[in-house]
Design a protein around this ligand. Structure first.
Ligand code: ADP
Ligand code: MG
Length: 238
């Protein structure tokens, strides 16, 4: 797994400054949550890290290597979206295997990697089914499985649980935290939900209007909020 550094990332959409000078160093095997109100730039920042969007200025480094100009597939980063984007006509096995098929991996390797991901995500007995036969939580796990088989250095999640009901959301929070420990993975997780941030993160980045208000552990933010915004936002029941 890997460290992830952001240096002076800015993003303008025309005259609209969406991100202003984002500096951040995320440690190897760290679970970092970006939290902030709707429209503050969380998804834009994640898409820039993934390479799906170009920054206006600034650099992105993974394990000290500048990947700012690398194509998304060459960054060693995998993004899990809120809408799972599964192929309804393909089996769960083939949905998870999809990136490996694209990379033309030998069948034996495909089988081994899918089996490992399915085991971690408790999908082994679902591999022959189609997405329509699974629950929302199981479909989300399939989307995560598709990331795992690629062995990324960094996992990115953009509000992956917001389509699930409250009970399932709680369950998936626990599962994702366990997954991070099992894989020893570096994970960046975006949410607008303070409770999710406080319960899942090693460290939290509080974003507001395209700037970092504070970067610290849940306890630091709770007991020593750097700004009034952080105090109000973290203290707010959702
Ligand atoms: P968040 O994920 O925190 O809700 P976003 O990163 O999606 O916020 O959006 C941040 C701001 O950037 C919003 O004001 C949004 O309207 C604007 N924005 C996002 N993508 C585009 C785009 N492609 N073109 C113009 N404005 C955009
Ligand atoms: Mg968003």
């Amino acid at each position: 797994m890997a460290t992830l550094e952001l240096a002076s990332i800015t993003k303008d959409f025309g005259a609209h400054k969406v991100l202003s000078g984002i500096d951040l160093a995320i440690r190897d095997r760290e679970f970092v949550v970006f939290v902030g109100p709707s429209g503050c730039g969380k998804s834009t920042l994640l898409r820039i890290i993934a390479g799906l969007e170009a920054a206006t200025s600034g650099r992105i480094l993974i394990d000290g290597q500048d990947v700012s100009d690398a194509a998304p597939v060459d960054r060693g980063i995998s993004m899990v979206f809120q809408s799972y984007a599964l192929y309804p006509h393909l089996s769960i096995f083939e949905n998870i295997a999809f990136p490996l098929r694209v990379a033309r991996l030998p069948e034996a390797e495909v089988k081994a990697k899918v089996a490992r991901a399915a085991d971690i995500l408790q999908l082994t007995d679902k591999l022959a089914l189609k997405p329509g036969q699974l629950s929302g939580g199981q479909r989300q796990r399939v989307a995560i499985g598709r990331s795992i088989v690629r062995n990324p250095k960094v996992f990115l999640f953009d509000e992956p649980l917001s389509n699930l009901d409250a009970a399932l959301r709680g369950e998936m929070r626990v599962e994702l935290s366990a997954l991070q420990r099992d894989l020893d993975a570096t994970m960046v997780y975006v949410t607008h939900d303070q409770i999710e941030a406080m319960t899942m993160a090693h460290r939290i980045v509080v974003l507001n209007k395209g700037r970092i208000e504070q970067f610290g552990s849940p306890m630091e933010l709770y007991h020593h909020p750097a700004t009034r915004f952080v105090a109000t936002f973290i203290g707010q029941p959702n």
